[in-house]
Structures are given as C-alpha cells and as structure tokens.
Design a protein around this ligand. Structure first.
Ligand SMILES: *[C@@H]1O[C@H](CO)[C@@H](O)[C@H](O)[C@H]1NC(C)=O
Ligand SMILES: *[C@@H]1O[C@H](CO)[C@@H](O)[C@H](O)[C@H]1NC(C)=O
Ligand SMILES: *[C@@H]1O[C@H](CO)[C@@H](O)[C@H](O)[C@H]1NC(C)=O
Length: 387
C-alpha cells in the first residue's frame, strides 16, 4: 500500500436546511428486502413532506442506460461497484440527495454506467463486518456540480434514506459463500461524495455492530472520520482489512476509549480541535488493478452534456509523481479537477495546511471549510444531518 495517509476533510455546513418534523413509521434501514423480492419501489410512506421516492428498485436491461432512475446499487468488488450520484447534470448533492441514482462500474445491474476517467483512484477494503470504498473522482462525470458534497445513507432526516428508497446489495458478504449470484442486502450503509472525492461503507447485518460501523450521524466529519483509508493517487487496489472502531469511537492518549458526539448542526465544530484523528485500520493482501480493466464498460460512455467536465480531463488522475509522500500539488491537482470554485477551495486549504478556511457557496447559504488534517488527498465534505 504505497503512499501515506491521504485523507483530509472539507466540511460543509448547510444552514438553510429545513428539516421536516416527520419520521417514517417504516424506516428504510429496518426493511429486510431479499434480493429475490425487491419491489418496484421500496418506499412505502406516502405522507412524507419531503416527497416520495423518485426512481425505482427493479432494475434490468431496459433500465440500463444513462437516463436510468435505478435506485438499487451494489458494492461487490473493486471491478463491480456503484456510487450514488445525481440524475441530472451539474447538480449538487445537497440539492438532490433524496433523488440520487445508482452509477455502476459494470453493466448488468440496470443502472447508469460510470464513464471511464471518472474514478481517478480507489481502494476497496473488505473487513469481517463491512466493505469500504474510498477514492477520488472527476465528479462532473457523474453529474455533480458546484462545491457541495454530502452524505448519502440508509437513514436520512426522516428515515427514508438518501436517496429515498435506495437499496444496497453485495455478493461479497460471507453469506454469499463466494457465489456471485447470491446477493445480500446491506441495511446500514453510508456514502460521501463531493469535492472530487468519495467513500462509502456497507455493513453486514449479520455481524455485531452494523449500525455503529456504518453510523450515519457523523455527516459533518466526512471521509476521514467515517471511512478512514490510505488511498494513493492514481492507484486502484483491493485489500483485506480489520474492522475500524465504530464511527466516533476512539482510544485517547490516556488509553481510554471514548466517543465523540457530533454537535447539533447549529453548533460550529472546531475542526482543528477535534479530540482525535482517525487512523485507518490495518489492511493486508492489497492487490493492484488497472483502471482500464475496472472501467472497461465505461469506455464507451461519455459524461452528459451540461457538466463542467472541460477542465477535468486535463488535470485528472492525480499521478503519484514519483515520490512516496504526497506532494501538496497532488492534492491541489486532484481537487482542481472539476474546475469548480469549491474544489479549489479544498485544494488550497488542504495544501496550505492552515486549518479551516471558510468560504461561501452559492447554494443554500452553505459555508465550506477546508481543513487540513495531516497529508491530503481526499478533500471531503458533508451536508445534511442524517439522523
Ligand atoms: C424492468 O424494470 C422496469 C423498471 O423497474 C419494470 O417496470 C419492468 O417491469 C422490468 N421488466 C422485467 C421484465 O422485469
Ligand atoms: C465473481 O466476481 C469477481 C469480481 O467481479 C470475479 O473476479 C470472479 O471471477 C467472479 N467469480 C465467478 C465464479 O464468476
Ligand atoms: C453548472 O452550474 C453552475 C451553477 O449554477 C453554473 O454557473 C455553470 O455554468 C453550470 N455549468 C454548465 C456546464 O452548465
């Protein structure tokens, strides 16, 4: 596993979010949905003020195109995984979190296909209790515009999930017994995407603490805290790994195990003085892959018109320019790939190492804070408190 710790975080607090005083009586994370009995739409509540599921869960060859509204996704293997991203070009996660659709690396799931060149690095870690992915991307290839990023998870402010009605499966949990055709539902999952970085974790419900390991209440702490990883620029690898501590739990310098509680959204977080900095859990048996192999199905797919992809190709795929350490330039370059203002904010904040750097985005009165935590690469984010 070359490179050093590359995660930094950029945090985004959205002050204008109006949270409905509503919580589902039949929350998504409680629904047990065997793969063989997926309904057209898994959401059942019709009275949610936030609206209703915008896509569908039955996905097949007729829904497999770049307009797909499939909201059933998979994290199977490094060459067979999906991300949640917007259905329409140049959208922010904050504006579309309830409506994201599945974008997959491979054909066969009835979804949109991730265009080749979108993902610029990835590390997949399979642990006893979950599968984690983390990496960098040209987010404009997946219809993501602006500076906003956010958390997508099986909770959501009203229990319906983000996207509402999103379902996640894998053939890589122990219960599949190595049979790629046996899909197991992950009831607890969380993904973060934005600032040209992504991460996600899907938890095995049959293991001791799926809710804690895939906790979705740390939405303001981004990838570094929710899915700690070592992702080297320009690399694509799959590893085994140990379980991390549940999100928010840490062993302090005093040797005591403590839990950090993210404050209410109205309360500022002093990112320079968080009580701990996560250390990625040990990994082993890492196997490198070629992106051209992973994204072979995406070779024929081009990003949709209406996205700011022009600058992306040129500075894409931050290369590990010849050194073991992560040059600040790599972080900056990676962050600049969309050409979006927010991405640059992340890059400069990360590169400067000077702590929080507030800037204001155009949407929703959100304030983005670039924070340097050690070396850098995955600028990150979060948005809406997802209880
Ligand atoms: C394919 O998926 C669509 C959308 O969910 C659904 O309406 C259709 O019935 C499915 N077709 C088959 C043959 O299952
Ligand atoms: C199962 O999927 C993995 C990952 O995509 C692949 O490497 C493996 O060959 C597949 N196994 C079979 C039996 O097809
Ligand atoms: C994307 O959206 C931003 C903000 O609305 C806008 O300034 C920009 O021109 C859009 N880009 C494209 C390619 O439409």
């Amino acid at each position: 596993m070359p490179g050093s710790t590359l995660l930094s975080l950029t945090l985004l607090a959205v002050s204008s979010v109006v949270r409905a005083d509503y919580f589902s009586t039949d929350p998504l994370a409680d629904k047990v949905v065997p793969y063989a009995s997926i309904p057209y739409q898994v959401m059942t509540d019709k009275d949610d003020p936030r609206g209703f599921q915008s896509g569908y869960n039955i996905c097949n060859s007729t829904t497999e195109n770049q307009d797909s509204k499939c909201q059933t996704m998979f994290v199977n293997h490094i060459d067979d995984f999906c991300l949640w991203a917007p259905a329409t070009p140049n959208s922010t996660i904050a504006d579309t979190e309830g409506d994201e659709v599945a974008w997959c690396s491979k054909k066969g799931h009835g979804t949109r296909i991730i265009p080749a060149g979108a993902i610029t690095s990835i590390q997949l870690i399979q642990t006893p209790s979950y599968i984690q992915i983390a990496g960098t991307l040209n987010q404009a290839y997946l219809n993501i515009g602006g500076v906003d990023g956010g958390e997508l998870d099986s909770g959501g402010q009203d229990g319906e999930g983000n996207p509402m009605g999103g379902l996640v499966y894998t053939n890589a949990f122990a219960a599949s017994n190595g049979d790629n055709g046996t899909y197991i539902q992950a009831q607890h999952w969380s993904f973060f995407i934005g600032n040209n970085a992504f991460c996600g974790k899907i938890c095995d419900q049959s293991k001791p603490n799926p809710q804690g390991l895939c906790n979705n209440v740390y939405d303001r702490l981004g990838c570094e805290y929710n899915a700690p990883a070592n992702v080297a620029p320009g690399t694509f690898e799959a590893c085994k790994g140990d379980d991390m501590l549940p999100v928010g739990v840490y062993v302090g310098t005093d040797g005591q195990t403590s839990t950090y509680h993210q404050p209410a959204e109205t309360v500022a977080i002093d990112y320079n003085n968080l009580p701990y900095t996560p250390t990625p859990a040990p990994t082993s048996s890492c196997v490198p892959y070629q992106s051209s192999v992973i994204f072979a199905d995406g070779a024929a797919v081009t990003p949709a018109a209406g996205n700011d992809v022009s600058g992306a190709g040129a500075s894409a795929a931050p290369t590990a320019s010849g050194s073991g350490s992560v040059p600040a330039g790599a972080a900056t370059g990676g962050a600049k790939t969309t050409g979006g203002a927010g991405a640059k904010t992340t890059g400069s904040a990360a590169a400067s190492g000077s702590g929080a750097k507030p800037s204001t985005t155009g949407t929703g009165g959100a304030a983005a804070f670039g924070v340097s935590v050690g070396a850098v690469l995955l600028g990150f984010i979060s948005v809406l408190a997802a209880l």
